[in-house]
Design a protein around this ligand. Structure first.
Ligand code: FES
Length: 432
């Protein structure tokens, strides 16, 4: 019998049942209540700079196409033919005025309107109801500083409110720092892992604790400096968002300068130019803070910035059933960074978090084996434990830092993730 979700997911007690990571019915409910009610990342504006440009992505398991129309407007629509469901676009990105379905040839404008079908006059007797048979449009599409999100919920709160001013106070550092703006570099890397999507999302939302051990070898061999110096706090925000490796004022800048010194004068000059730019564009405290670690924008968009040089790594954890994730990994760089910095950043990205990167492999192994063990009937009798820091929340304070700040190592962000997940998964009237 299906136990009630409130009995299975108890964030305030630091306990979450293993069943919600493997249960098919819970998963179907997630697709419906989480992935059609929240703002999901679609792409970056730099990928759709000209009219006619398009890209494909997923919202939950629903394939979508984002296009920039001749009118300059960015639209997002279901990538599934209104005839019998074939994907009308099967490439990652490109430029086109229309999409022709490969199955029977129905043709849609890049606004999603059905504009033609082969032999429509005879086979449909001229009665094909074209206005009703366009590609289904995603009703809400909004953009924050170039990051395009879409939402199936017509009544959703605006994107900027969903992300929230507290979280954006931090994210603005990454959005405002690049000298020439962010641009997507290279194709999106895609691979699948046999794990539940929530394990990856909650990890990026602030599981700094695992870095000490899972990624311990990287520090032991001197690949990275002492991890305790890379961040001081984590923080969570309304709507399930969380981030980790937040530094005390000044520390991230010092780390950047330290790294730049290894690369030479061009890199030092670059770090200082970024710092000056921040001073001109954000508050003095934000500028002094200078950099960010990683985080998760609820539900399934994680990001990472590697200490230096404002490389932005995005991870979309596309769910493919309760036990599988299709990872989409995209790198964004400062368009005007010196080539030596770009090269360094790209190498670092591929060595660390790419499909074959050491961090990505370590993490993937954990997520897969956790999912596998959660299928056992005996293992399901023991909840996952998210109790670190329970009863000690709110004890950390850093003047001027918004959000719910916590110590570097705490599971407060995980609890926040599951609190919001539970809110979406249970209607207000549902019995507790
Ligand atoms: Fe697209 Fe038939 S499924 S034209």
């Amino acid at each position: 019998a299906a136990a009630r979700l409130h009995d299975l997911v108890k964030p305030d007690e630091g306990a979450v049942s293993r069943t919600v990571f493997v249960d098919e019915a819970t998963y179907r409910k997630e697709l419906d209540r989480v992935f059609t009610k929240t703002w999901l990342f679609i792409g970056h504006e730099s990928q759709l700079s000209e009219p006619g440009d398009y890209l494909t992505n997923f919202m939950g398991e629903d394939p979508v196409i984002a296009t920039r129309g001749a009118d300059g407007v960015i639209r997002v629509m279901l990538n599934s033919c209104a005839h019998r469901g074939m994907a009308v676009c099967s490439t990652d990105a490109g430029s086109s005025k229309f999409f022709r379905c490969p199955y029977h040839g129905w043709t849609y404008s890049n606004n999603g309107d059905l504009i033609g079908a082969p032999r429509a006059d005879t086979v449909y007797h001229g009665e094909l109801d074209k206005p009703r048979l366009g590609l289904k449009a995603v009703p809400r599409v909004e953009n924050y500083k170039g990051f395009i999100f879409a939402n199936w919920d017509e009544d959703a709160i605006p994107l900027v409110d969903y992300l929230g001013a507290d979280q954006l106070w931090y994210l603005d550092l990454a959005f405002e720092a690049p000298l020439g703006g962010l641009e997507v570099i290279g194709p999106t890397m895609k691979f699948r892992i046999k794990a539940n999507w929530k394990l990856a999302a909650e990890n990026f939302a602030g599981d700094d604790y695992h870095v000490l051990y899972t990624h311990g070898s990287a520090f032991q061999i001197g690949f990275l400096p002492d991890y305790d110096t890379l961040g001081d706090y984590i923080a969570y925000f309304d709507h399930g968002h969380g981030m980790g490796d937040i530094s005390k004022p000044g520390r991230a800048y010092q780390n950047d300068v330290g790294m730049a010194q290894l690369l030479g004068p061009e890199a030092i000059e670059y770090v200082n130019a970024v710092h000056e730019r921040l001073k001109a564009r954000v508050s003095p405290l934000q500028a002094e803070m200078h950099g960010l670690g990683q985080g998760n924008i609820f539900p399934n968009l994680s990001w990472i910035k590697f200490g230096v040089f404002h490389v932005f790594g995005l991870f979309q954890w596309h769910p493919r059933g309760p036990g599988e994730i299709e990872v989409w990994q995209t790198a964004l760089f400062d368009r005007d960074a010196p080539q030596s910095v770009k090269d360094f950043a790209r190498t670092q990205m591929s060595q660390e978090n790419a499909a074959a990167g050491i961090f990505g492999q370590d993490d993937g192994e954990n997520f897969e084996q956790i999912t596998e063990s959660a299928r056992g009937v005996v293992s399901q009798t023991r909840d996952f434990n998210y109790a670190m820091g329970l009863g000690h929340e709110g004890e950390i304070h850093e003047e001027g830092y918004p959000g719910h700040l916590g110590p570097h190592y705490s599971e407060q962000n995980h609890r926040n993730f599951y609190r919001y997940w539970l809110e979406l998964m249970t209607t207000p009237g549902e019995q507790k």
